[in-house]
Ligand binder design. Structure first.
Ligand code: PMP
Length: 329
């Protein structure tokens, strides 16, 4: 019989899929690493088990304990999957820009969700960092994984994401492209690829316009899960060779194209990463192999970037649908 002994054994080993339509006119091979194949629907499943294992080992998390974390949703799902099976309670603090559907998913996994305002300074007492710190102090037996500083986040990508990409491309990739949120993905994966290939692989970080990483004025933006207004400890910026800076409008338009033209229903940060990857690939020849990591599923964004009314209300262009002739004739 072939079966997994638990759902957490299904984390990782996500497939690479060639992009065929959005790459028109590009000679390089562009491969998407589709992280929504993880059981919780995102790359964040990878870091959860690694972080909880380490906390148990270090005595930071004991039976009956509570996991408290500020998370835009995906880390919460990963942590909830693992916590559920080991008998821990979860309390997640999310900024109010996170879609209601994503909060509902966390509750469905059995977690408690606390919503905080998005556009406040990190040291404001109502910010999602401050609120999670306070809850971690006040709840007995609480453990705060702090994905922004926890070295087990990047370490899990060094152990899994990097080796998977290297194996599945037979070591032939020339560029790795990923969005930067906590920086865990690009740090762990990039370090592995650097150790395996040296300078033969270029590591490209993709950053939303308004975020701190790629320079320029820091301000709010709509794409979720990527960019920052401070430098997290989990991120080693020396891993990144270059940045591509991508606007919300470009990110959302590309996510919608990936859904309609490639059959990949992904989130806005995947659209953003793909825009970065295509910009890089445009100047390369047919020997180049560009791997772009698509972090999560698009189902959590149906009421936002996949909703034409939401898009128009937020100032984004959406093509006017072609009328279906004959229907109301
Ligand atoms: N996209 C989404 C939707 C995310 O939730 C995250 C994680 N914050 C990322 C991209 C970025 O990954 P990382 O934190 O590893 O940089």
């Amino acid at each position: 019989m072939r079966y997994a002994s638990s759902v957490t054994d299904l984390v990782g080993n996500t497939p690479l899929v060639r992009l065929n339509a959005v790459t028109a006119g590009i000679r390089a091979t562009v491969l998407a690493k589709v992280e929504y194949f993880n059981p919780g629907g995102s790359s964040k499943d990878r870091i959860a088990a690694s972080i909880i294992d380490a906390a148990e080992r270090d005595g930071l998390l004991r039976p009956g304990g509570t996991i408290v974390e500020p998370t835009s949703g995906n880390t919460g799902v990963g942590l909830a999957l693992v916590a559920q099976q080991r008998g821990y309670r979860c309390v997640f603090v999310v900024p109010d820009k996170v879609a209601e559907d994503k909060r509902a998913v966390l509750r469905a996994y059995g977690a408690d969700v606390v919503v905080t305002p998005t556009n406040v300074e990190p040291d404001d007492p109502t910010s999602y960092y401050s609120v999670s710190d306070r809850l971690a102090r006040e709840i007995p037996g609480a453990f705060k994984p702090n994905q922004y500083a926890n070295p087990n986040g990047p370490a899990s990508h060094y152990r899994s994401t990097g080796p998977e990409i290297w194996r599945d491309t037979d070591g032939r990739l020339t560029h790795f492209v990923a969005g930067v949120g906590t920086g865990g993905t690009i740090t762990g994966t990039g370090r592995f690829l650097r150790d395996a290939a040296g300078s033969a692989v270029r590591i490209i970080g993709v950053d939303p316009v308004g975020s701190i990483y790629s320079g320029g004025p820091v301000h709010g933006y709509d794409v979720e899960g990527v960019g920052e207004d401070m430098w997290p400890e989990a991120f080693d910026p020396t891993v990144v060779d270059a940045y591509e800076r991508v606007s919300d409008a470009e990110s959302f338009a590309m996510a919608r194209r990936l859904a309609r033209e490639e059959g990949l229903l992904v989130g806005g940060s995947s659209g953003m990463a793909a825009v970065g990857a295509l910009r890089v690939a445009r100047d390369l020849d047919e020997h180049a192999v560009v791997v772009v990591l698509l972090p999560d599923h698009g189902r959590g964004y149906l009421s936002k970037l996949y909703d034409d009314d939401w898009m128009r209300a937020h100032g984004y262009d959406v093509p006017t649908p072609t009328p279906i002739t004959g229907v109301n004739a």
